[in-house]
Design a protein around this ligand. Structure first.
Ligand code: THU
Length: 151
């Protein structure tokens, strides 16, 4: 996909030209704020929201190690703090600016707040949220379940 992908009607990015260069720049800027004294592995993430705004986040570690917050946690908090909405496109970078795959737990976090067909920049190219967390369990599945079981 080019840096200025043309949106297709009905797709996750309909109405938005996804500027991957700008998203990567926002992720790199966020990465520069990472607090990663233990792993020494700073991470930055950025996403395009369905109203057009760009949000970002960095990882924040903890002396207890296990309580460390992935960059995606900050992103999701920022999503809600700045008006909510759904994620249309996402990228994640490491300390050298290289594309990083979100960890398994964070794929679930992203899925919760995704538009159907949300796009992610990954180590193997642009992928949809359904490709990076196949057969996922999330709000859409709960809605389908509720609709099926309505008396
Ligand atoms: N990390 C993230 O922030 N996001 C991910 O998706 C992968 C891992 C962070 C957690 C920890 O602070 C550091 O990377 C090393 O695992």
């Amino acid at each position: 996909m080019t840096d200025q992908a043309t949106p297709k009607a009905g797709h996750a990015d309909a109405g938005h030209a996804i500027n991957w260069t700008a998203l990567r720049a926002a992720a790199n800027e966020a990465m520069s704020h990472a607090y990663a004294p233990y792993s020494k592995f700073p991470v930055g993430v950025a996403a395009l929201v369905d109203d057009g705004r760009i949000i970002s986040g960095c990882n924040v570690e903890n002396a207890s190690y296990g309580l460390s917050l992935c960059a995606e946690c900050a992103l999701v908090s920022s999503l809600h703090m700045t008006g909510g909405g759904r994620l249309v496109a996402f990228t994640c970078v490491d300390g050298a600016g290289g594309i990083l795959m979100p960890c398994g737990r964070c794929r679930q976090l992203l899925y919760e707040h995704s538009t159907s067909g949300m796009l992610l920049e990954t180590v193997s190219g642009i992928r949809t949220i359904d490709e990076v967390i196949p057969d996922a369990f999330g709000p859409r599945e709960l809605e389908e379940f509720a609709a099926r079981n309505k008396s």
